[in-house]
Design a protein around this ligand. Structure first.
Ligand SMILES: Cc1cc2nc3c(=O)[nH]c(=O)nc-3n(C[C@H](O)[C@H](O)[C@H](O)COP(=O)(O)OP(=O)(O)OC[C@H]3O[C@@H](n4cnc5c(N)ncnc54)[C@H](O)[C@@H]3O)c2cc1C
Length: 658
């Protein structure tokens, strides 16, 4: 334990931070401690125990409304224990014989994220309105990563995204994905024109917080040039900004050079060769070895890639950083055209497309909610992109006898197989765990819209090569913590709406930025309650991307809600302290959206081979297996909503032709 951690866990410090204050943080359940292996001794029995008492089978109960739950969300207690028991080989020891529900469906979809919901939508569209479809999801809410966080503070509803936020993707939406949005009534560029820029923080800028553990002195410095990411390009303002920071004189000089100077650090090298070399060195190595910057600049830049990649500048290729507008490359004569050696995300950055930044107040949870409204009759009122935002959904309709499409929550699929030989079977079955029991349902086909890494455990009959490919990608762990404040006068006084905190537990904190849309109203005056978004990515610099992600996954599952809360309160107190902010008084609610299995793994030119077309692990992993097909953004190795929809579409075409 560090000195700071020791100091922070003292009872007096806890009191100062308000650790025991009765805020909306624990109406569900705290994080549960798990071992470093990420498992409990007998997860099937132990994992579900108290964690499930208030959630399992609860979707039919009156007032069941998971978006308003706070505390540990995302991969919440009760959501993952069955899958981990399956992985560890203990599930079947304790589950007992599955109970046959006697239900049969045309299609069973495993995974109620955007991909699974889209698959159900496409299937119904092609097979007809009477098609019977069951969607299973292990969480207590639908949407997968596209989750809604709904707070009620001082009588006002405040919404934000618990995961997926942006509709915009690196590449234009396909005909099918765009078509689905259009049919639902979502036209992002039109919504952008109507609603995008009506948040109240107009003249507040961005700042950096320098913590004493990393930078020797504690200081918030406002008015950072270049916006939140300090993007490349000469602004002429960096020297003045840096002079107010505790960075060493050498670091300041080099940061000005990195941000503003037009220098070719590979003079005489052909452009294509420059790009090839930059794709095989990290941004950190670029700064240290090519730019020859002082090592003190690294702590200033190291977390800049966290939001997009979930890993630091030590593990992201320099060429990707050029594509996403990081500084240092402005004199290198690199053409902004698509080229080899870029990851999916970075390739999209240099591929022209119509830009829009509209997002719903709860992010793409609104897309999931509109899909569910279209699939399940009577679940929510309204018909438009506006009225979905404040619509209250009736969860008791989700798995109701009179709907041909049913969504069953808190249900983890543990087996998906053919009844008979996969080459000739006419029927499939799925076993799922729920309420500490196992159940069987049958159907004509299965779309596995769940995560690649669980599929080999669900489908032991898959070919070995396909199982290996399914295991290749390691999903990116990350946390979106959302903190409800009684007002944002502290941000207002300090002149910031977003703060980069490269040395802190959460590497950034930003006032939530949602549009007024429909009947939804965002906070306007600094006296209004507000939500603050914080990002944490549990990186382990020095390891490969996949190893960092694996280590981060275990770290997140082993971190209790108390630890998150203490760190959040400490960070707020220190960063905003100069404004009179008091974490014990001013924090009203905390939700930790923990995603140990977050973004789909994107291939990273620094760490992954350059596979020939059609031979990437995701190409092999998503092969149809008889009547079982595979969707999810993992199947595209691209963590975007349009990709999730496209994979749902493809999987449905395959299952319909099987
Ligand atoms: C924090 C975060 C922020 C993001 N931000 C963006 C963004 O701004 N824009 C963007 O385009 N994309 C974003 N993404 C990527 C996001 O993953 C995709 O856009 C999309 O939502 C993925 O949908 P999906 O259905 O493919 O997967 P998921 O949303 O992961 O859904 C799959 C579902 O299957 C469930 N499941 C897994 N195993 C089982 C099982 N055995 N039984 C039952 N259910 C199971 C999972 O728990 C999950 O609920 C973000 C992701 C995260 C984690």
């Amino acid at each position: 334990m560090s000195d700071l951690e020791k100091e922070n866990t003292q009872p007096s410090r806890d009191r100062e931070l308000g650790m025991r204050r009765n805020i909306t943080r624990r109406d569900f359940l705290n994080g549960i401690a798990v071992g470093v292996g990420g498992t409990l001794a007998s997860p099937w029995i132990a994992g579900l125990l108290e964690a499930q008492t208030s959630a399992t089978s609860a979707q039919d109960r009156p007032r069941y409304y998971p978006p308003t739950l706070t505390g540990m969300r995302g991969s919440h207690p009760g959501a993952f224990e069955v899958a981990h028991a399956l992985r560890d080989g203990t599930f079947w020891e304790t589950a007992g014989k599955p109970i046959d529900t006697g239900e049969t469906f045309d299609l069973i979809v495993v995974g109620g994220g955007v991909s699974g919901l889209a698959a159900a939508y496409f299937y119904r569209k092609q097979a007809g309105p009477s098609a019977r479809i069951l969607i299973l999801d292990n969480h207590d809410d639908f949407g997968g990563h596209a989750k809604r966080n709904e707070f009620h503070l001082a009588g006002r509803m405040l919404l934000t995204n618990g995961g997926t936020v942006a509709i915009e993707s690196p590449f234009p939406y396909s005909k099918e994905a765009r078509g689905l949005l259009t049919e639902l009534g979502i036209d992002p560029p039109a919504l952008q024109k109507k609603y995008a820029s009506n948040h109240p923080y107009g003249d507040l800028g961005f700042g950096y917080f320098f913590d004493k553990e990393t930078f020797g002195t504690e200081r918030l410095v406002a008015n950072a040039p270049g916006g939140f990411y300090g993007r490349q390009g000469a602004s002429g303002k960096w020297a003045e900004f840096l002079a107010r920071t505790p960075l060493s004189a050498e670091a300041q000089k080099d940061i000005v050079r990195i941000q503003e100077a037009k220098i070719d650090y590979m003079e005489g090298v052909a452009e294509a060769e420059k790009k090839a070399r930059l794709s095989k060195m990290s941004y950190k190595d670029f700064l240290l070895n090519l730019v020859k910057a002082h090592p003190d600049v690294i702590p200033f830049y190291r977390t800049r890639t966290h939001g997009l990649y979930g890993i630091g500048i030590d593990a992201v290729p320099a060429l990707d950083c050029w594509a996403i507008h990081f500084p240092g490359f402005q004199g290198m004569g690199l053409d902004r055209v698509p080229s080899k050696g870029l990851s999916f995300t970075a390739l999209g950055e240099v591929t022209p497309q119509e830009e829009y930044h509209f997002h719903f107040p709860d992010g793409n949870a609104s897309i999931a909610r509109m899909l569910v409204r279209s699939l399940v009759p009577g679940v929510a009122p309204g018909t438009t992109a506006e009225d979905i935002v404040t619509a209250k959904m009736d969860y008791s309709r989700l798995d109701h006898g009179d709907s041909p499409i049913r969504i069953r929550l808190s249900s983890t699929a543990v087996l998906a197989r053919h009844v008979g030989d996969s080459r000739s079977a006419k029927q499939v079955e799925v076993v799922y765990g729920r309420d500490q029991k196992a159940y069987t349902v049958r159907g004509k086909g299965i779309v596995l819209a769940c995560w690649n890494m669980v599929i080999p455990y669900l489908c032991p009959d898959l070919p070995a090569e396909q199982k290996e490919a399914l295991h290749y990608g390691v999903k990116v762990p990350l946390v979106y913590s959302v903190v409800g404040l009684r007002n944002w006068t502290a941000f207002h006084k300090l002149g910031v709406r977003g703060i980069s905190c490269p040395g802190m537990y959460h590497s950034s904190m930003n006032l939530d930025q949602a549009p007024n849309i429909g009947e939804y109203r965002t906070p306007q005056s600094p006296e209004d309650p507000v939500l603050v978004h914080m990002l944490r990515t549990p990186c382990q610099p020095g390891l490969s991307a996949r190893k960092q992600q694996r280590a981060g996954h275990y770290e997140l599952l082993a971190t209790s809600f108390d630890t998150f809360e203490r760190n959040i309160r400490d960070q707020f107190g220190r960063v905003l302290g100069g404004s009179g902010f008091d974490p014990a008084r001013d924090i009203e609610a905390i939700t930790v959206n923990r995603w140990p299995h977050g973004y789909a793994y994107e291939y990273n030119p620094l760490w992954d081979p350059d596979w020939p077309e059609g031979k990437r692990p995701c190409d092999i992993a998503r092969r149809r297996f008889g009547r079982i097909t595979i969707a999810n953004s993992d199947a595209a190795a691209a963590a975007y909503t349009d990709q999730a929809i496209d994979q749902g579409y493809r999987a449905v075409q395959e299952v319909l032709s099987s």
